[in-house]
Design a protein around this ligand. Structure first.
Ligand code: SF4
Ligand code: SF4
Length: 425
């Protein structure tokens, strides 16, 4: 497929043939899953455009920015504080981990029983198809689960710019002190990379930009409580996924624009599915681009997804950074406080997550929860069982799904989801 961006991709070191193949699959999947939906809000046009240019115009923006000295930082986890990155006039991008690629090469460097998310990151690197990874000036690897943490030892041999961030696993005062020390170290590393000192004024700006993005998403989440649902779970997930790539200010404006439209829809009683359509909440592992399998299966089975208790969703965006003072120390402390509340399953124990799932189900009037676990993801698979018990004891039915990025189990998943929906009726 000839593209005006070919020279840029070559310059970044991509394997053009493999990259064409990826874009083809992405484009076909997007058309089949997203463009075929009924009653899509017009505001999704913007997100269609972003997706069509996710390897094109957006990369050109990053490359042009780099030519003017603006650095790009890639990350795999929502624990990397975007406020600090924006304060140094750099750009934070999420690195795609939502599709299998170059699996035969990945199998040579990682055990087969590694979760699909980790394998995907390696596949994109080894297959040379990710322009974000190739344009990143720093790649942050966060010590979360054992799989990620150990895989960074190998990733460090494949990329020249891996920065490993240590993260606590227990929510103790020592754990919080570790997070504070690591964010301070990260701030210094970002200052070194960008050559910009992060002053109180700059950090205030970073906090404002990132909070505004979160507030726009909070507005979107609240609107999904309406019945009929004004937007599909697929489109809401896509908006969350795009938040990891897009320019934060432009993204915030686009989310508010679609929210205006959704408010008008709600006032007119319009939705993407009729009133009374079964409403489900997702909870579990993150769904990164282009991992759309489960929401697609669910929504094409006659339900609507009304929320995601996920890092690509509310777990990742819940809470604002709210400094108590205008000085740098107060702002850094507010950043630590905000991220400290993330209830990722790598923490032990992790009781807040159960409460958040219940709260979300009540807020969005979900009739059931689908727990999404990636195969070989011990933290989320282990939490799934007690979570299921707890929710079911409170009268909320749970369907526990363990899957990967392959499409072989689609029919089986459909059968299970349909049976779950029948039970809810
Ligand atoms: S699930 Fe945990 S490790 Fe994964 S992105 Fe979220 S916070 Fe990070
Ligand atoms: S999905 Fe689970 S195993 Fe995979 S990287 Fe995230 S926490 Fe680790």
């Amino acid at each position: 497929m000839a593209s005006e961006h070919e020279a840029m991709w070559r310059e970044l070191g991509l394997d053009l043939a493999a990259h064409d193949q990826l874009l083809q699959v992405l484009g076909d999947g997007y058309g089949q899953i997203f463009l075929s939906q009924q009653e899509r809000p017009e505001g999704m046009e913007y997100f269609n455009f972003v997706m069509s240019e996710v390897h094109g115009l957006r990369i050109k923006e990053l490359v042009d920015g780099k030519a003017e000295g603006k650095k790009v930082i890639g990350s795999f986890c929502v624990f990397v504080p975007e406020e600090i990155v924006v304060a140094a006039d750099a750009t934070l991008v999420g690195l795609c981990t939502g599709a299998d690629f170059a699996t035969e090469l990945v199998d040579q460097v990682l055990p087969r029983n590694t979760c699909a998310l980790i394998k995907s990151a390696f596949g994109f690197k080894l297959g040379k198809v990710c322009p974000y990874m190739e344009s990143a000036d720093m790649i942050v690897g966060e010590n979360t689960c054992d799989g990620k943490k150990k895989s960074y030892e190998t990733l460090g041999t494949l990329v020249p710019n891996l920065y490993v961030m240590d993260l606590p696993q227990v929510k103790s005062s020592e754990g919080r002190a570790l997070l504070a020390a690591e964010y301070e170290r990260f701030k210094q590393a970002v200052e070194e990379l960008t050559g910009k000192e992060i002053t109180a004024e700059r950090l205030a700006h970073g906090i404002q930009v990132v909070n505004a993005k979160r507030e726009a998403l909070h507005r979107l989440y609240k609107l999904r409580a309406a019945d009929p649902a004004p937007i599909s779970g697929l489109d809401a997930l896509l908006i969350n996924q795009v938040s990891f790539y897009d320019d934060p200010v432009r993204f915030t404006q686009s989310v508010h624009k679609i929210c205006d439209e959704l408010e008008a829809r709600i006032a007119a009683g319009q939705g993407v599915a009729p009133q009374g359509t079964p409403r489900l909440l997702f909870s579990g592992c993150p769904m990164a681009v282009p991992n759309w399998k489960l929401p697609w299966v669910v929504e094409s089975s006659g339900a609507v997804v009304v929320g995601e208790e996920s890092c690509v969703g509310e777990r990742g965006t819940r809470n604002l950074t709210e400094p108590q003072g205008q000085d740098l120390a107060s702002m850094m402390d507010a950043i630590v406080e905000r991220y400290w509340k993330i209830d990722c399953a790598v923490f032990t124990p992790n009781p807040d997550r159960q409460e958040h799932v219940k709260q979300m189900a009540a807020d969005y009037k979900a009739q059931g929860v689908i727990h999404y676990g990636l195969q070989f993801c011990q933290p989320y698979q282990m939490e799934a069982l007690p979570l299921e018990k707890n929710l079911e004891a409170g009268g909320l039915p749970v369907l526990r799904v363990d899957t990967d990025y392959g499409m072989e189990d689609v029919e089986q998943l459909k059968t299970r989801v349909e049976a779950f929906l029948e039970m809810l009726a």
